[in-house]
Design a protein around this ligand. Structure first.
Ligand code: TNX
Length: 524
């Protein structure tokens, strides 16, 4: 009898061991993949491969650290990206620890080196664990997760798997605090959906700023309740004489929220004292002669100016900045200041000085185009370099940091070459290599890395009037600008970058992006 009992126990034990083994082990052996060979843009700070892989399946879920609504929202963003193409139905669940077992887990860890936007991503055959010091870092890390999955994960319709990711660890953080794009919605007006689309595209490359050029000679694009004719009349046209348009404050707030959910700061610009014809047409008292200007739909620059000697001008600016500051949670208001060719220098300088005070009085920090360095810059003013290197050096001498948007390198309205259908070429033809091969820290003699706030790629819209044309001018140069802003200069090389960019071709296609298929890139 005793022998019998022992026998029975061993069988049970064997069965138990077998069952445990089957439950814990991956269903099939993990495919060997090399994380170091993946085409991540911007290139991460450090990648260490373990030559295995993780498979996202129908049984996977997205878990976030218990107790944070913000993390749930970030998890949901990832779920919304993955669900349409995988055809799975990821939901977001709370967990106090990495649940392993085929799941994705997002959590916060104290890690000062990662800063606000850095992240650490650990991928094993069992789980994907994304950690960051702050929520923005998780959001940036999610963009890396997207890029580690097959390109068709970006599709809006169901695609065939398998959904494999190479295993290993990535630690990553940005070089520059600010990396952004500018959208000129004044020369041609673009819908709220167009702006959101552009925001989504820059978010995919870890950018964190969207500068909206909200007013220019051809149109005023933001509702100002105390000066209603600015938008209602000043917004009535655009280049070429189309019907123009403007954002109500509610629509603007919607854009701001959409950007915030992607950890992107909206920087609103009201350009002055030049580039103001639309305001001068709406309110005659803003002109020195008190006479209204005609609405303008051409493409000349530098012919308009606010009357800098008139008190009503400063009342106008104060009202506009006050309303804009109230609906802008970001820290900056951009005051333009470029190409004021018909404003005398002796009028321009006191004007710029006074407008800085107005912005500061409404609790915001000033950004302006490089000409504002001709004035006396207040503390913490950022100067956006586009043309004049002396202005940039002058800004630094005054203690300001420079935002780098050199027209000959970073203007996405510049044509790729002489055959490009849209765009201008007054600064340069900018092929994809030229857009990539430069360093914001050394481009201007006399400036160093500490003088640079970051990089921004402006898209002026004189020649483009729909989002497909915008995409064509912006892509594929934008991933390069994102990399210049994020990755260390020492980690960048055109030869390596163009291989990675080639692999982003199918990804951009899956996103529905209309991009320029430069011959310099061997598109996959
Ligand atoms: C210069 S850049 C401008 C814009 C034009 C752009 C066209 C800058 C500060 N001013 O007004 O739209 O060139 O490329």
């Amino acid at each position: 009898m005793p022998t019998h009992r022992i026998h029975f126990s061993s069988a049970t034990l064997l069965l138990l061991v077998l069952m445990t083994f089957m439950a814990c082990a991956p269903k099939k052996p993990a495919v060997s993949m090399d994380l170091a060979q993946e085409s991540i843009i911007p290139v991460p700070v450090s990648v260490s491969a373990t030559n295995s892989s993780f498979e996202l399946t129908d049984a996977s879920d997205i878990y976030v650290q218990t107790g944070s609504e913000e993390l749930v929202k970030i998890g949901q963003y990832l779920a919304d990206k993955l669900n349409p193409s995988t055809g799975f139905s990821f939901s977001v669940k709370p967990s106090t620890a990495n649940p392993g077992d085929g799941n994705i887990y997002l959590s916060i860890k104290e890690d000062a080196e990662l800063g606000d936007e850095g992240y650490e991503l650990n991928i094993t055959a069992e789980s994907v664990h994304l950690q960051a010091n702050a929520p923005a870092g998780l959001f940036r890390g999610i963009q890396t997760i997207r890029q580690l999955l097959p390109a068709n994960v970006e599709s809006s319709s169901k695609q065939a798997g398998p959904w494999l990711m190479a295993s290993g660890t990535i630690r990553d953080m940005p070089t520059y605090a600010y990396r952004g794009a500018m959208f000129d919605v004044a020369r041609h007006f673009f819908s709220v959906d167009d702006v959101k689309r552009y925001i989504d595209l820059i978010a995919a490359y870890k950018m964190n700023g969207m500068h909206l050029h909200l007013s220019d000679d051809q149109g005023w694009r933001i509702e100002i309740k105390s000066w209603p004719k600015l938008a209602e009349y000043g917004g009535k046209t655009q280049v070429g004489g189309g019907k123009g348009g403007y954002y109500t404050q509610e629509q603007y707030k919607d854009i701001v929220r959409y950007a915030q959910d992607r950890y992107i700061t909206i920087i609103p610009e009201i350009d002055m004292p030049g580039h103001t014809n639309s305001a001068l047409a709406a309110y005659p008292e803003l002109n020195c002669d008190g006479k209204p200007r005609e609405l303008y739909s051409g493409t000349e620059v530098g012919f308009s100016t606010l009357c800098t000697k008139n008190e009503v001008t400063y009342k106008f600016i104060d009202d506009v900045v006050k309303e804009l500051a109230a609906i802008t949670p970001g820290p900056y208001i951009h005051i333009g200041g470029d190409e004021s060719h018909v404003t005398k220098k002796e009028d321009y300088i006191p004007f710029v000085n006074r407008v800085q005070d107005i912005v500061l009085s409404h609790g915001k920090q000033v950004i302006g185009w490089d000409e504002i360095a001709l004035g006396t810059l207040k503390k913490n003013v950022f100067v956006q370099h586009w043309a004049d290197e002396d202005n940039a050096r002058n800004a630094v001498k005054q203690g300001s940091k420079v935002l780098m948007s050199p027209a000959r390198k970073a203007y996405t309205d510049m044509q790729y070459d002489s055959t490009t259908q849209w765009g201008l070429h007054w600064a340069a033809y900018i092929e994809v290599d030229s857009a990539y091969i430069w360093d914001p820290a050394t481009l201007i003699p006399g400036l160093g890395p500490k003088d640079v706030l970051g990089i921004e790629a402006p898209l002026w819209s004189e020649t483009v009037d729909n989002i497909e044309e915008v995409e064509y001018m912006v892509f594929p140069r934008l991933p390069g600008y994102a990399e210049i802003g994020w990755s260390a200069a020492s980690a960048r090389s055109w030869d390596a970058y163009k291989q990675r960019l080639a692999a982003h071709g199918p990804r951009l296609t899956a996103m529905g992006v209309n991009f320029y298929k430069s011959k310099l890139v061997d598109w996959k």
